[in-house]
Ligand binder design. Structure first.
Ligand SMILES: Cc1ncc(COP(=O)(O)O)c(C=O)c1O
Length: 258
């Protein structure tokens, strides 16, 4: 397996840089004819909640088409309404060959799935793919219930609305908190990145202080990113309005360390 950098404008990596890095791997490390697939998250989860720019996604698709490589979108974290669409790839004019999904798929029951082009999905012979717990009836029933509730309660749109509210609140804090380097997000997948004021240098210390402040007041926050300086939000799409508002209040004080 080979890794290439993800485009992160804040840290000076453009889509062109990231595509050049893949092309560089093909020149010096691996013959593209030997590459079965390129897999990426449309919005990086653990990596820092960076969304892939459209031109990067298009560039990867073009590289895959040129060399007969499959493009796999890992939607384990982004799928099922997390980004304001049912799947994050719907934000792009690019179609992946395969999509991986899990997490929200079954609302907490252990289930994962792969979907994609029929030609790829039908490639394994019957019995060629399996596992002890494959198709677990309870988990599958849970996934069916999730799909029903998502449609009934319009959770994709609700997630986008709550994400916008959160993003707007974090944006408003920028003038008071110079450590806020960037507020970003796609739908409900929102993050705030802390940097040393006036620079793009990561400030993990500040992120930790915010996290501790929030924890003292009853709000659990998760960090992410290579530098641990990003706080990300993964609230349940079913969160009651009153609980969300309470969380936003605690968050606002925590980000200001007030
Ligand atoms: C984007 C992404 N892909 C894959 C995984 C691994 O998923 P699983 O635990 O279902 O193997 C995770 C887990 O956190 C994830 O966030």
């Amino acid at each position: 397996m080979f890794h290439a950098p993800y485009p992160t404008a804040l840290h000076g990596i453009s889509s062109e840089d990231a595509l050049d890095a893949v092309k560089g791997l093909f020149k010096s490390d691996v013959d593209p004819k030997r590459v079965a697939a390129i897999i990426l998250e449309p919005v990086q989860g653990e990596g820092g909640f960076y969304a892939a720019p459209a031109e990067f996604m298009r560039g990867l698709r073009a590289l895959c088409d040129e060399h007969g490589i499959l493009l796999i979108a890992d939607e384990v974290q982004t799928g099922f309404g997390r980004t304001g669409k049912l799947f994050a790839m719907e934000h792009y004019d690019v179609v992946p060959d395969l999509i991986t999904m899990a997490k929200s798929l079954a609302g907490g029951m252990p289930l994962s799935a792969v979907n994609g082009r029929a030609e790829v999905m039908d490639a394994p012979a019957p019995g060629g793919l399996g596992g002890t717990y494959a198709g677990n009836p309870l988990a599958v029933a849970s996934a069916l219930a999730v799909l029903e509730v998502m449609a009934e309660e319009n959770l994709v749109a609700r997630g986008a609305r709550l994400g916008d509210k959160l993003k707007a609140q974090l944006g408003e804090l920028r003038s008071a908190v110079p450590q806020i380097g960037e507020v970003r997000g796609l739908g409900a997948m929102v993050a705030v990145e802390f940097t040393q004021p006036g620079t793009s240098k990561p400030d993990a210390e500040y992120a930790k202080k915010v996290q501790q402040h929030a924890l003292k007041n009853g709000l659990l926050l998760l960090t992410c990113g290579s530098y641990g300086n990003v706080i990300r939000f993964l609230f349940p799409l079913t969160i009651p309005d009153t609980v969300m508002d309470e969380a936003l209040g605690i968050l606002s004080a925590a980000v200001r360390l007030a």
